[in-house]
Write a protein that binds this ligand. Structure first.
Ligand SMILES: *Cc1c(COP(=O)(O)O)cnc(C)c1O
Length: 449
């Protein structure tokens, strides 16, 4: 595409488009990437430049882009029907995908409620938990426990259970109150990881002991707090959270939107500690990064509390226009077929080992405070001073600086403030993975000079 055409598109972007999570002033002052197509793990922009998709297009992509089998699944479904309503009706891919999801996920969750994004899946989980207690005659259980620094999406309910001040504090008055407890962050705890874990558990215990009869549920990102900075729980924490929820009769909601479908090395992060959620949300990689389908899975116990004669008014009055979309569910089924055929979990295991070695070298760089990895989920925390762990001032946007250099070198990823994320497509070939890690290392070196 010509330089002139690029300029035309930029001008139209400037005039008509407001990009998400983007300071438009900064975006328009720089030379933005405008993607035209993609092949495998590379995005190709309108000027013909190629970039590794180093964050899987914001944590979605699994088997690479323009994947023939996924393309075919959509084409085949398109010949039949693109979309029909799931309100009071059924459709084939939505039914088959529900069966598939129930078989893959922890055995406690047995029913699938669809939506179209992680945030809506979380909203649904919250509303279900809330109405569940009403439906079974415990209307006083209304409150939610959520984690400080959590991220569950950007709709008002999802922001209410979120805890990232930078994104969320401006909306304070718009949100419903939740009881916030600390998510363990050993790197920034003045003590051992074990002590950090204990302190967080003690905090949670105190809340539950005092208020459990008013609490409907607890929501947490299992094993890794994603957008909060790729912060990883010490072993044993999640299992203990589950035990406490059971003891105090509080529903456990696991948000697997980021961690689900193999990102952490297991199909679901809850498997690390054999945790059985009452409600579980999935999205992102469900369709291989192709179409917006998400789901909220629930236990039979919750489903049964809504199952009644119409007149009892126990129906779950919630739905979205595109709930159960056939194209999306069809590509999700093909995506899950590929997991099996390609033995993707085995590949992820190998790739994680390769990546671990690559990341080892990064740890010695002057401004790398901590490198955190679980499977193919990576966060590199940048600090001004490795000894004191002091951060650079927020306005310096060091993370953005590193990502800008990485992009010039042919790798796209986004910072979470001072944490560089690296989330390659799960099927990334090992040789490409090494190249991506090299670019990232160079970018950190040069970007922090
Ligand atoms: C991305 C994310 C969400 C929100 O998903 P969207 O599809 O962007 O709405 C929710 N929870 C977690 C843990 C996420 O990482």
């Amino acid at each position: 595409m010509t330089a002139r055409r690029y300029q035309e598109l930029l001008e139209k972007n400037r005039r008509y488009l407001w990009n998400p999570f983007t300071q438009m002033k900064t975006y328009l002052e720089e030379e933005p990437v405008i993607v035209e197509r993609a092949e495998g793990v590379k995005l190709i922009d309108v000027r013909g430049r190629e970039y590794y998709d180093g964050n899987s297009s914001v944590w979605l992509n699994v088997h690479g882009h323009n994947q023939p089998r996924l393309n075919e699944a959509i084409r085949n479904q398109l010949e039949k029907v693109a979309h029909s309503a799931l309100l009071g009706m059924g459709n084939i891919p939505a039914i088959l995908l529900a069966e598939r999801l129930v078989r893959l996920t922890p055995k406690r969750v047995q029913k699938v409620f669809y939506s179209d994004s992680g945030a809506t899946a979380v909203e649904i989980g919250i509303k279900m938990a809330y109405q569940y207690w009403k439906n079974i005659g415990c209307p006083e259980k209304q409150a939610f426990i959520s984690m400080r620094n959590a991220y569950h999406g950007d709709t008002v309910g999802a922001v209410s259970v979120g805890g990232m001040d930078l994104f969320h504090s401006v909306f304070d008055r718009l949100l419903f109150d939740t009881i916030k407890v600390s998510y363990p962050y050993p790197y920034r705890y003045p003590g051992t990881a074990e002590e950090c874990k204990q302190a967080c558990l003690d905090e949670l215990k105190a809340v539950l002991a005092a208020q459990a009869d008013k609490i409907a549920g607890l929501i947490v990102e299992p094993m890794v707090q994603g957008a909060g900075g790729m912060i990883m729980m010490p072993p044993g924490y999640l299992a203990e959270v589950e035990r406490l929820c059971r003891k105090y009769n509080v529903l456990l909601l696991l948000d697997e939107v980021a961690t689900g479908f193999g990102r952490t090395g297991k199909m679901f992060a809850s498997e690390f500690e054999g945790v059985q959620p009452d409600i579980m949300t999935v999205g992102k990689k469900l369709t291989g990064g192709y179409l917006p389908v998400a789901a909220t899975l629930t236990s039979d116990e919750i489903y049964d509390a809504f199952y009644a004669d119409q007149a009892e008014a126990k129906t779950f009055f919630h739905g979205h226009s595109y709930t159960g979309n056939q194209l999306g569910c069809a590509v999700a089924l093909a995506n899950l077929d590929l997991y099996e055929e390609e033995n993707l979990l085995h590949h992820i295991e190998q790739a994680s080992e390769v990546l671990k070695n690559e990341l080892e070298a990064m740890k010695s760089l002057p401004h790398v405070g901590e490198v955190r990895q679980l499977g193919l989920m990576v966060g590199i925390e940048l600090v001004k001073d490795k000894q004191t762990k002091e951060l650079y001032p927020w306005e310096m946007a060091v993370g953005a600086r590193v990502c800008r250099v990485a992009r010039e070198k042919g790798l796209i990823t986004r910072p979470l403030d001072h944490v560089i994320t690296f989330m390659p497509p799960l099927a990334t070939p090992l040789s490409d993975l090494r190249k991506m890690a090299n670019i990232l290392t160079e970018a950190i070196q040069e970007g922090m000079e």
